[in-house]
Ligand binder design. Structure first.
Ligand code: HEC
Ligand code: HEC
Length: 287
C-alpha cells in the first residue's frame, strides 16, 4: 500500500462516475457514517432491482479470509469487478470506464503517481479500491481500550462479557468478533438442495449439502450502525436478534457445530447488550 494508492482508491470509492448511470458510487451502499453499510435490508443499484443480500459494513477487511456472505470471493483485489460490472449494482462497462478515467487529467495523473502507469486499466482501479478499503480499521472501541489497560469495564459490562463468552464467542471470536468461518445460526430459511441460488449460502460455493444455509459469521463490532441484521436483513434491532438466539430451535442448533447450547435469561440479555455496546468504535477513517 502507498499513500498515493490509498488516496486514489478513496477518490474512486466515492465517485458516482464509476457506475453506468453516473449516479451510484461504492459509498451509495457502503456509507461511511454507517460503518460503510446502509440501513436497508436490501439495497438496489443501477437496475433498480433489489439485491439478494444485505450490504455488509466494511472494516477490518485486512484480516478477512474471504469476502461476501458465502465467502465466494477470496481476495479484495478481484472483488470490485463484481460490484462494478453487476447490472444490479453499478452496471459499468470496464473498457468504457477506463477510457473515461484516462481522459480525466486528475485521474490519469493520480494513476501515474500511484502505480507509475500511463494508461489506466481495470486491474489498477480494483487495486486502488482495495488499498483504500484496507485502511478502514475499527479498533478504537472501549473493548479495545480495556484490552490495552487504558480503561476498565463496569460491573454490568463484565457480567455481559461472561454471557458473551459462554454463548457467542465461539463464532464471534474476539478481537475481530468473527471466526471467518461459515455457520448456520438457527435462522429459519427456505431452499431446496437443487437450488443453486444466493439463498443457499455457503452451499452455492462448495456444493456440500452440510453447507446449506451457512453464512460467514459477521463481526459484531459497530452494531449501532449496521442494522438491519443477518444476510437478508431480517431483523431491525438487536433485541430481535437476541430474541432469535433465545428461542433457537434445538434441531437447528444440532445442524451446526455449536459447541454448547445457547441459553441466557432476560437479565443476562440486558448485560449482553451493555457488553456489545463496548464494541462501538469511531472508525479511524470516516471518509
Ligand atoms: C447497490 C449496492 C452496492 C454497491 C453500489 C456496492 N456494493 Fe459492495 N456489497 C453490496 C452487497 C449487497 C454485498 C454483499 C454481497 C454478498 O454477500 O453476496 C457487498 C459486499 C461487498 C464487500 C465484501 C464485504 C465482506 O465483508 O464480505 C466489499 C469489500 C464490497 N462490497 C466493496 C464494494 C466496492 C469497492 C464497491 C464499489 C466498486 C461496492 N462494494 C459497491 C452492495 C453494494
Ligand atoms: C454457531 C456460530 C454462532 C454463534 C454461537 C452465535 N452466532 Fe451470531 N451469527 C452467526 C452467523 C453465521 C451469523 C450470520 C447468519 C446469517 O446472516 O444467516 C450471525 C449473525 C449475528 C448478528 C447479526 C450481525 C449482522 O451484522 O448482521 C448478531 C448481532 C449476532 N450474530 C450476535 C450473536 C450473539 C449475541 C450471540 C450469542 C448469544 C451469537 N451471535 C452466537 C454465528 C453465530
Amino acid at each position: 500500500m502507498t499513500q498515493e494508492g490509498v488516496a486514489l482508491g478513496r477518490m474512486l470509492f466515492f465517485d458516482t462516475r464509476l457506475s453506468a448511470n453516473n449516479q451510484i458510487s461504492c459509498a451509495s451502499c457502503h456509507q461511511p457514517e454507517l460503518a460503510f453499510s446502509d440501513n436497508k435490508s436490501f439495497s438496489s443499484g443501477h437496475s433498480g432491482q433489489l439485491l439478494n443480500r444485505n450490504t455488509p459494513p466494511l472494516f477490518n477487511l485486512t484480516w478477512s479470509e474471504s469476502f461476501f456472505w458465502d465467502g465466494g470471493v477470496k481476495n479484495l483485489e478481484s472483488l470490485s469487478f463484481t460490484a462494478l460490472m453487476n447490472p444490479h449494482e453499478m452496471g459499468s462497462d470496464l473498457s468504457q470506464l477506463c477510457q473515461q478515467l484516462n481522459e480525466d487529467k486528475n485521474y490519469s495523473s493520480a494513476f501515474k503517481k500511484a502505480f507509475g502507469i500511463d494508461s489506466v486499466s481495470s486491474a489498477y482501479v480494483s487495486r486502488a479500491l482495495a488499498q483504500y478499503m484496507r485502511t478502514l480499521i475499527s479498533a478504537n472501541s472501549k473493548y479495545d481500550s480495556v484490552q490495552q489497560n487504558l480503561a476498565q469495564f463496569s460491573n454490568q459490562e463484565l457480567k455481559g462479557q461472561v454471557v458473551f463468552k459462554n454463548n457467542c464467542a465461539s463464532c464471534h471470536q474476539p478481537p475481530l468478533f468473527t471466526d471467518n468461518q461459515f455457520h448456520h445460526n438457527g435462522l429459519k430459511q427456505y431452499f431446496s438442495s437443487d437450488d443453486l441460488s444466493l439463498t443457499t449460502g455457503r452451499f452455492r460455493i462448495t456444493r456440500d449439502s452440510s453447507d446449506l444455509g451457512k453464512y460467514k459469521t459477521p463481526s459484531i463490532r459497530n452494531l449501532s450502525r449496521t442494522a438491519p441484521f443477518m444476510h437478508d436483513g431480517r431483523f431491525n434491532t438487536i433485541d430481535e436478534v437476541l430474541t432469535h438466539y433465545q428461542n433457537l430451535d434445538p434441531m437447528n442448533q444440532l445442524q451446526d457445530s455449536l459447541v454448547r447450547v445457547i441459553r441466557f435469561s432476560d437479565v443476562e440479555k440486558e448485560d449482553l447488550k451493555i457488553f456489545m455496546k463496548t464494541l462501538e468504535g469511531r472508525p479511524t477513517r470516516t471518509r
